[in-house]
Design a binder for this molecule. Structure first.
Ligand code: NOJ
Length: 705
């Protein structure tokens, strides 16, 4: 390979950014290693032919695409999938996405998003698994396995890409692309584990992040890319920059110009530049002049080609072409099951849910009851609105005998036109039960869609108030890409089902839940704040020297001469707890936890902690419950969080059935990064809890020897 051809492999072309003829010329000259955003299987075929048949070396292109939660069959958004706590089903969803994408000539999915975030203002929380490093790591593994299989040369699979390295979920003030100042401890404890998990699963690629970390852009960061990722974690695939993040190094104020940015990015360990042309323009001269050591280019090319060989691209460069123009039933079934398992029941006063199929009249209110695009959520490049079954459509087809009045109330979630509210109120008044759909449109969730207010957009709160006054029974269904601060609306509703943006089959899934064909079983993968001022609020916080007191909720009464709260870690004007904690979710009936048994009170360093607990379903319906295990390491050379999730299991229970759930936690999962950064196990005492939420009270003790 000539130097230019090597650098070509380090360059990804964004289709559509430049005239197609320029793109084609670059491919013919062997000056491109990959393409982003090719629009169709036909286009991918055409471009691949140029690379394979018309370039000097015939090295096939790698076609990348954002396959974030499904390809054509849109699965619920990742934050919703995380609510299922069902790694097997999430893996299955990723497998189907890979199959659909690969059939269309996509070799490489830009997912999973394994960023951990504690900030619902950040629009990209929708793409993540939420606030917890352990849950994020388990789901990251599942998605990598689903996308890549045991071997990503399998034509039904694709290469995965763990992103965004590193700490992108910690952007200041929840504003996308923003600065990150973070301790190495936090970087390693919270943000690194999900990437480590992906690498252990053999992820083929990693994408660098847009943000800077402690003054150095992630795309020029030798510490994170070379020392941590390629060194410590021994990642042997290749690193792609994010879209334009190489040239943005200049904008960060880290380099004077694109030439310097190319040098810094490549030296730091970026193997392929996404979308922009700093590498192709400058790396050759930089290498020839010796400003860039040639080993940097050699290593990057080796890494890129290694992944192409592993993919089997040299044997099978061409896409198969779509096998089917309709969605396979199997794929729709998985999408529906995921949507069912990811809805979280937050309230159910007087067991108003499930509804009776004998109902005679139902008012369906809110534009989101029938909004296919919004229902799919962010990143739905290949999803099609015509495939989507909305709740309204599903209700009408399932219950032809029920009179269903649909009144959107407002035309779109952010509309401020109140002229439809009167009709919505009339429909509410005339029905036995009101299903009120509120939330966010797709367009305010995802990349760059950050919010400072987390209330219902537009005049939806007015709609809720007006409809609540008129409804006999009000069921609120929230479709959103993030937690929202809507306590007033929650207060007014009899039942609240948090559906998220739940994908192609979200409608039938919700109908199954609302009418009891399945019981809700989702649990929150992120704490819901009471108010934006509590952010970041998360269950695995540290203790502080002055933990909050119960009296804190009262605030300081007017005129009191002394401070009754007593200088503790709290806000004066809101209680310290979240509105709904991490892990919370109701079902039909209740689940009782009892009989916690810590099998081994002393766990050897190379041993396994074994904890059992008894679950009993009180209720008339079969349910599934996500049992969760949390620990607290009481004393650490680096202080430990007040609780940490270390295990979870989905347990099916028949009415009144009791089962014992058994957790086996390898002692190595109790390790944490010490002050030198290395993972270490410290002997000492622990508390352990098992329950249906992060505030579980069933407690035991053990110690690590
Ligand atoms: C920018 C996003 O940050 C990244 O996640 C995505 O894969 C690329 N654009 C390509 O679309």
């Amino acid at each position: 390979m000539t130097l230019a051809e090597k650098i070509g492999q380090m360059s990804q072309l964004m289709i559509g950014r430049n005239p197609l003829s320029d793109t084609e010329a670059r491919i013919r000259q062997g000056l491109a290693g990959s393409c982003l955003n090719a629009a169709s299987v036909e286009q991918r075929n055409h471009l691949q032919r140029l690379a394979v048949e018309e370039s000097r070396l015939g090295i096939p292109l790698l076609f990348g695409r954002d396959v974030i939660h499904g390809f054509r069959t849109m699965l619920p958004i990742p934050l919703a999938q995380a609510s299922s706590f069902d790694t097997a089903l999430v893996e299955e969803g990723a497998r189907l996405a890979a199959r659909e994408a690969s059939a269309e000539g996509v070799d490489w999915a830009f997912g999973p998003v394994v960023d951990v975030t504690r900030d619902p203002r950040w629009g990209r929380i929708a793409e993540t698994s939420g606030e917890d490093p352990f849950l994020a790591a388990q789901l990251a593994r599942a998605v990598v396995r689903g996308l890549q299989g045991a071997d990503f040369s399998d034509r039904d699979r694709v290469i995965a890409c763990a992103k965004h390295f590193l700490a992108y979920g910690a952007v200041e003030a929840g504003k996308d692309y923003n600065t990150i100042t973070i301790s190495e401890q936090n970087l390693r404890e919270v943000h690194l584990p999900s990437f480590r998990a992906c690498i252990e699963e053999g992820v083929g690629t990693v994408m660098s992040a847009f943000n800077e970390i402690n003054g150095v852009p992630a795309t020029a960061n030798r510490f994170t890319l070379r020392d941590l990722l390629k060194g410590e974690l021994a990642f042997d695939g290749f690193v792609v920059s994010d879209c334009s993040s190489v040239v943005e190094i200049v904008q960060h104020g880290f380099c004077t110009d694109e030439r310097a940015a190319a040098r810094e990015a490549a030296s730091a360990g970026i193997d392929m530049e996404m979308a922009t042309s700093a590498f192709i323009t400058h790396l050759e001269a930089l290498t020839v002049s010796g400003e860039l050591v040639s080993e940097v280019v050699e290593e990057a090319v080796r890494r890129v080609l290694r992944i192409k060989f592993r993919r089997g691209l040299f044997e099978h460069p061409y896409p198969r072409g779509s096998t089917s123009r309709t969605l396979p039933v199997e794929h729709r079934g998985v999408a529906q099951r995921l949507a069912e398992e990811s809805a979280v029941l937050l309230k159910n006063r007087d067991a108003v849910l499930p509804l009776s199929p004998e109902l005679r009249s139902l008012a369906v209110i809110g534009c989101l009851a029938n909004a296919p695009l919004d229902q799919m959520g962010c990143w739905t490049l290949d999803g099609r609105t015509e495939d989507v079954v909305t709740p309204l459509a599903a209700l009408r087809s399932r219950f032809p005998a029920i009179r269903i009045d649909f009144a959107p109330g407002i035309e779109t979630p952010r509309s401020r036109d109140s002229s439809g509210i009167e009709a919505a109120v009339a429909a509410a008044r005339a029905a036995e039960v009101v299903l009120l759909f509120v939330g966010e449109d797709q367009n305010i969730s995802g990349e760059s869609k950050c919010r400072a207010f987390l209330d219902l957009p537009g005049i939806q709160s007015e709609l809720v108030a007006a409809v609540a006054d008129a409804a006999k029974q009000l069921v609120l269904i929230v479709m959103s890409g993030r937690p929202l601060v809507i306590d007033a609306a929650l207060e007014r509703a009899d039942a609240v089902l948090w559906a998220w943006h739940n994908g192609t089959m979200g409608g039938p899934a919700l109908v199954n839940l609302l009418f009891g064909a399945r019981a809700p079983s989702g649990k929150l993968p992120v704490s819901f704040p009471r108010t934006v001022g509590q952010i970041p609020i998360y269950y695995s916080h540290k203790a502080t020297g002055r933990p909050p007191k119960a009296e804190a909720r009262a605030g300081i009464p007017i005129g009191t001469p002394i401070d009754p709260i007593g200088f503790s870690t709290c806000h004066l004007d809101v209680e310290s707890s979240p509105l709904f904690p991490f892990g919370f979710g109701l079902t039909y009936g209740t689940v009782e936890y009892s009989d916690l048994v810590v099998v081994n009170l002393v766990v050897p360093r190379n041993g396994t902690l074994e904890v059992h607990a008894r679950l009993r379903c009180h209720g008339a319906r079969p349910i599934e419950e996500v049992a969760q295990l949390y620990v607290r390491d009481l004393v650490g050379s680096v202080t430990r969080p007040v609780r940490e999730l270390k295990g979870f299991q989905r347990v099916a229970l028949a009415p009144n059935e009791a089962k014992t759930v058994r957790f086996r936690i390898p002692a190595s999962d109790l390790a944490f990064p010490g002050r030198d950064g290395a993972l270490q196990l410290e002997p000492g005492d622990f508390h352990v809890w098992v329950g249906g939420c992060s505030d579980a009270t069933l407690q035991g003790e053990f110690s690590l020897a």
